[in-house]
Design a protein around this ligand. Sequence first.
Ligand SMILES: [Zn+2]
Length: 241
Amino acid sequence: MKPFQERGDFGPEGHGKQLLENLFIVSWLGMTPDQIDCHVYVLRGPDGLLLIDCGAPWGHPRILRNFLHWGLDIRQVRTILLTHGHVDHGRGGYLFKRMGTEILAHVVAAELAEKEWADCLKEEGSTESYRVDGSLGEGHRIQRCGYDLAVLHTPGHTAGCLSFLTEVDGQRCLFSGDLLMSNGKPGWSGDPGFSREKIIANLKRLIEMDFTNLCHGHNYRMGDGKRWFRDGLEKAARGEW
Ligand SMILES: [Zn+2]
């Protein structure tokens, strides 16, 4: 099979990237000056679009433009899976809820995201309120938009972190949120649920799983995605984090 030639860029005027025929990134760190944004992944399926994380309100107008650029219809977003509840990953969820999108998360992440949404709605003077549509946990399997996803509870960055394992265009992809960054170190360590030991245990577990592409909360690696996990475990063993 001819490898897919990825397209796009993350520059100030960029629209994100198309990593595979049916895998896109429409939000990224640095997209909004002086704000924090996460990688929002779009999986295009035969019956709708599935998002891994949904970004923040400040990034939303740009996300809408990026959808248009890639010929993706925002109204086709059926489901959002949250890797965790931090602002950059889930705060923009209420803007999707307004369009009727289903949002699923771990119960701990749901609690945080719902609080973020309530704060945003209150600030807007809105009387609307939204809830997460369902909670996910270890061992769950979900089918959405033509994708079959294994749900893994991978705490450590927060208590409510989930990772998702699925196949996109014949390639095994792991979506791991902020468990580990590309420098082989954990993401932000200020959450009350942060646990170095749990991150290490989860890295050891995930590295044994069947995937080649690693799509984490702020970067991605197509092919040998496990390299970042190996690097992270080596750094942890050397006491570098
Ligand atoms: Zn986070």
